[in-house]
Design a protein around this ligand. Structure first.
Ligand SMILES: [Zn+2]
Ligand SMILES: [Zn+2]
Length: 345
C-alpha cells in the first residue's frame, strides 16, 4: 500500500509499505476511512519533534472500520466503526491508572501513532492496545462528525477539564485555530459567564463571527484593554493558551486574574520564559503539556447528543492521493483553511 511518510526534515511524501498485520495480541488493524492533517504534523516535518522517527507514516487523527483484532482485544471487533485515539496506552501503568495516558510508560505508550510508529495517512493502520485506543462511534454519528474526537477535540476537552472552569467564569482562549475552537466548544458546556477568543488572523476572526456569533472575539492588540476593562477581578478566571507564540505565552499570564488557572496547550518551537519577578504575587497555577486522550467515549456521547459539533472546522476535503497539495495548503494557511478531511477511497 502507499503510505504518506516523514521522509526527512522538511520532506513528507508517499512510500510503499506492506499492509500492517497484527503483531501483539492487543493490536487491531483499522481500515482508515477519513483522516486529517494536524499542526503537530508540521512540527514533525520541521524537525521540532525529537521523538519522531524518519520514515514513519504520519497521521494521528482518523476514523475507520476495524479490519481485524488480536486475540486479547475485547471491546472492539471486525466491522466496528471506530475513532482512533492519538495516544496508545496500556491502561495499567502508574500514569494510565490516573488518567495521564500521555505519559504511559509502555514503549508503545503516549503519542506514538504517526510519530514513532506508523500512523493513519495510509489505507490501514495498526493500533496497539486497541481496547484503550479505539472507541466505537455511535450509530447516529457520521465519520466527519467523529473525525477530531481522537486528537484536536480530545485536546479541547482535556484543556477544559484541567482548567477547572466553573459556572460564571470568564474564560480567555488565546488562538482561534482548531485547538482553540475545540476548547471553546467544550468550555461552553461548563456554563462560563463568557468566553473571549483572542486571535490576530482576520480570516479566523471572520470564521468565528460566522459560526459562533455569540462568542466575544478580540485582537491581541486590544486584548489587554478589553480584558482588564471588563473583568472585575483584574483578569480572566481561566486562560487557555492555544496559539503558541512568545507573545501569546506572555499574554496568557498577564491577562489572568490572581490565582487563575493558566493552561498551556500550544506546542512551542522555542523555549519560553516565565518572568517570575513580574509575576510575583499573582499566585497562578500553570498546567502544561499534551492531551491525555482518554475521554473519547464521553466526547462521542456529547456529539451523539448534539452538544458538540466540529463539522464547521472541516473547511477542505481532499483525497489521499492529493495529500501533497493538502499539506501545502494547510502549511501556508491558504484559502481560510481550518481543518482538512482526507478521504482514503
Ligand atoms: Zn495532532
Ligand atoms: Zn500505561
Amino acid at each position: 500500500m502507499l503510505a504518506y511518510s516523514y521522509l526527512d526534515q522538511n520532506k513528507f511524501g508517499f512510500t510503499k509499505k506492506p499492509v500492517p498485520q497484527i503483531v501483539g495480541t492487543r493490536d487491531a488493524i483499522v481500515k482508515v476511512m477519513l483522516a486529517s492533517v494536524c499542526t503537530s504534523d508540521l512540527h514533525i516535518k520541521g524537525g521540532h519533534v525529537p521523538r519522531a522517527v524518519r520514515g514513519v507514516t504520519v497521521g494521528h487523527e482518523m476514523v475507520g472500520v476495524v479490519e481485524k483484532v488480536g486475540k486479547d482485544v475485547r471491546n472492539v471487533k471486525a466491522g466496528d466503526r471506530v475513532c482512533v485515539n492519538v495516544e496508545t496506552f496500556c491502561g495499567e501503568c502508574f500514569f494510565c491508572r490516573r488518567g495521564f495516558v500521555n505519559n504511559c510508560t509502555d514503549p508503545l505508550g503516549g503519542w506514538a501513532l504517526g510519530c514513532r510508529i506508523d500512523g493513519g495517512l495510509a489505507p490501514y493502520v495498526r493500533v496497539p492496545f486497541a481496547d484503550r485506543g479505539l472507541t466505537v462511534i455511535p450509530a447516529n454519528v457520521d465519520y466527519e462528525s467523529a473525525l477530531f474526537v481522537g486528537d484536536v477535540l480530545a485536546t479541547g476537552f482535556w484543556a477544559t477539564k484541567i482548567s477547572q472552569i466553573e459556572r460564571g467564569d470568564t474564560v480567555l482562549i488565546l488562538g482561534a485555530g482548531p485547538a482553540g475552537i475545540c476548547t471553546m466548544l467544550c468550555a461552553e458546556l461548563k456554563h462560563p459567564d463568557r468566553i473571549i477568543m483572542c486571535e490576530q488572523d482576520p480570516v479566523r476572526l471572520e470564521f468565528l463571527k460566522r459560526h459562533y456569533p455569540h462568542i466575544f472575539a478580540v485582537r491581541p492588540e486590544d486584548a489587554k484593554d478589553f480584558i482588564l476593562g471588563s473583568c472585575a477581578r483584574g483578569g480572566a478566571d481561566v486562560v487557555v493558551e492555544a496559539a503558541g507564540t512568545e507573545k501569546s505565552f506572555r499574554m496568557a499570564w498577564e491577562l489572568a486574574r490572581p490565582n487563575a488557572n493558566v493552561t498551556i496547550v500550544a506546542l512551542y518551537e522555542k523555549a519560553q520564559s516565565l518572568p517570575l519577578p513580574e509575576m510575583y504575587g499573582k499566585n497562578l497555577t500553570f498546567r502544561t503539556g499534551g492531551v491525555d486522550g482518554c475521554d473519547c467515549a464521553e466526547i462521542l456521547r456529547l456529539i451523539s447528543e448534539g452538544k458538540i459539533d466540529t463539522r464547521p472546522l472541516i473547511t477542505h476535503r481532499f483525497s489521499f492521493r492529493d495529500l501533497d497539495r493538502a499539506y501545502e495548503l494547510f502549511e501556508k494557511r491558504e484559502d481560510g483553511v481550518m481543518k482538512i478531511a482526507v478521504s482514503m477511497e
